[in-house]
Design a protein. Structure first.
Length: 87
C-alpha cells in the first residue's frame, strides 16, 4: 500500500471549487482505496495499491478532471516493513 499527495494547480475557471470532481475521478480508479481532499491547500491525498503505473493513472485522472499536477509526493509502507529485517 502506498500513499501519494497530489499537489494541484487550478485553472482560473476552477478557482473556489472544493475539488469534488478530482475526488470523484480518483475514486473511480480500481487501485485507489481512499481519497482525502484539502481544497484550500490544493492537495489531494490518495491511498492506492500498486506502483509507478498506478501513480501515472492517478496523475492522468487529475489532468482529465481539468487540473494540472504540479508535484506528486509518494510515501510507501514498504520502508516500515523493511525495518523489521534490520533487527
Amino acid at each position: 500500500m502506498a500513499d501519494v499527495h497530489v499537489y494541484i494547480n487550478r485553472p482560473a475557471q476552477k478557482e473556489g471549487t472544493a475539488l469534488e470532481d478530482v475526488e470523484e475521478a480518483l475514486r473511480k480508479l480500481d487501485h485507489v482505496t481512499d481519497v482525502e481532499v484539502n481544497a484550500p491547500g490544493n492537495v489531494v491525498g490518495v491511498s492506492f495499491e500498486g506502483g509507478r503505473a498506478e501513480q501515472e493513472e492517478i496523475k492522468h485522472a487529475v489532468e482529465e478532471a481539468g487540473y494540472r499536477v504540479s508535484r506528486l509526493s509518494v510515501r510507501s509502507t514498504i520502508a516500515e516493513e523493511r525495518n523489521l529485517w534490520d533487527i
